[in-house]
Design a protein. Structure first.
Length: 185
């Protein structure tokens, strides 16, 4: 059975985007990408909302010639995975191994989790909120960047409470804290 994992970059005050929708406040380095690649290597399917998909679409055509090994590895991991985009407004998707769904079907996600051996991730705070509320998320990997944004898009836009158990913690030389939690409900 696969796990559904929420992976998010967040500011110290809990935002995944600044007030203008920007995410340029965290410049990834090789150590950070090492953590990400270690997580993503086990992912078989990405579940994306429209905006997250549009941001990640870069990796479909990103050049790999002459890139650092960790960027090449991430690019190849992303391209190899299946992607499901949930959007009522997108007319189509333009990446390989990608399907477009109009509704987030909770029972279908449960079925996929039960049938798959490789993990799924959910990307985008609003889509993740639906998955959390349905009790589908098993783990969270939060990358807390050493910046306070003072406002923006919440990493957890949830009306409900859920409890977490810390599984592991690490930090990078640049001060990013990686916190791995299991959802205990």
């Amino acid at each position: 059975m696969a796990k559904l994992v929420y992976i998010a970059n967040t500011s110290l005050d809990g935002y995944i985007e600044d007030r203008d929708g920007g995410i340029d406040w965290g410049a990834p380095d090789d150590e950070y990408f090492g953590f990400i690649n270690d997580l993503e290597r086990f992912v078989g399917t990405y579940l994306y909302g429209r905006r997250m998909y549009e941001a990640m679409l870069y990796w479909e055509t990103a050049p790999i010639a002459g890139q650092r090994p960790w960027i090449v590895e991430f690019t190849n991991i992303w391209r190899a995975a299946d992607k499901v985009v949930f959007s009522k407004t997108l007319a189509s998707v333009s990446s390989a191994k990608t399907i477009l769904e109009r509704e987030f079907n909770i029972e279908e996600i449960r079925r996929v989790k039960a049938a798959e051996s490789r993990d799924l991730t959910v990307g985008g705070a609003h889509l993740a909120a639906q998955a959390f509320e349905a009790g589908l998320v098993d783990e969270c990997h939060l990358f807390i960047w050493p910046v306070v944004l003072g406002g923006g898009k919440d990493a957890f836009p949830l009306p409900a409470r859920f409890d977490l158990q810390l599984v592991n913690q690490q930090r990078t030389r640049s001060g990013v804290a990686h916190l791995h939690y299991r959802i205990t409900r």
